[in-house]
Design a binder for this molecule. Structure first.
Ligand code: GTP
Ligand code: MG
Length: 194
């Protein structure tokens, strides 16, 4: 898949703000600071299209990016950020759940898991609830560059076990080294020709 254009379209917190559901959409889901916004930038080969930060909690709305006027990538706020108020945590959860349950153009859910940290309790809960709801999830393991070779294979096995799913599709990625980006482009291409 070749990125010819990438532009920010809209931000929003409920369906009335979102763009018309006319293009295949890819949701980037994961805990705060896992690297969702950075990975979107790496995928579209732009430094700062999605705003990133070393402080967790940077992204607070659903942000839609139009790629090639063909697909949308959706950057979501992270879950599991302890310094948010209970009210805000509940609001983000409701927003994500509503999006996942009702968005007709949702093509694929990318769930990002930090390859060094492994799956957190929140990751495991979210993974199970979206699997139970019948969605196919592709796990993107992030920050692969932080690990050496033996840690990489060890942690892949660990995360499979944590998610309790031997069949799960997992792609190791790094926004720094660009590892895995080509595989994600290939998924877009395959989805288009489905
Ligand atoms: P929220 O918007 O708060 O939910 O976070 P996010 O998931 O969008 O994370 P973001 O992309 O803002 O990245 C968080 C931090 O992780 C930043 O300091 C990034 O530089 C760093 N980071 C992201 N991807 C990688 C990676 O592949 N390798 C390394 N080493 N660091 C990364
Ligand atoms: Mg972000």
């Amino acid at each position: 898949y070749i990125i010819r254009s990438a532009e920010f379209v809209k931000s929003g917190t409920n369906a009335s703000h979102y763009p018309e559901p006319l293009k295949s959409e890819y949701l980037f889901l994961g805990r705060s600071n896992v690297g969702k916004s950075s990975l979107i930038n790496a995928i579209v080969n732009r430094k700062n299209l999605a705003r990133t930060s070393s402080e967790p909690g940077k992204t607070i709305t659903m942000n839609f990016f139009n790629i090639n006027d063909e697909i949308y990538l959706v950057d979501a706020p992270g879950y599991g950020y302890a310094r948010r108020s209970q009210t805000q945590i509940a609001q983000f959860q409701a927003m994500l759940l509503d999006y996942i349950q009702t968005r007709e153009s949702l093509k694929r859910i990318f769930m990002l898991v930090d390859m060094k940290v492994g799956a957190t309790k929140d990751d495991i809960e979210v993974y199970q609830s979206i699997r139970n709801a019948g969605y196919v999830v592709t796990i993107l393991l992030t920050k692969q560059d932080k690990l050496n070779q033996s840690e990489r294979s060890k942690n892949i096995q660990m995360i499979k076990a944590q998610l309790n799913d031997a069949e799960v599709e997992m792609i190791p990625t790094s926004s720094e080294s660009k590892r895995g980006i080509e595989k994600i482009h290939t998924l877009f291409e395959e989805d288009l020709h489905e």
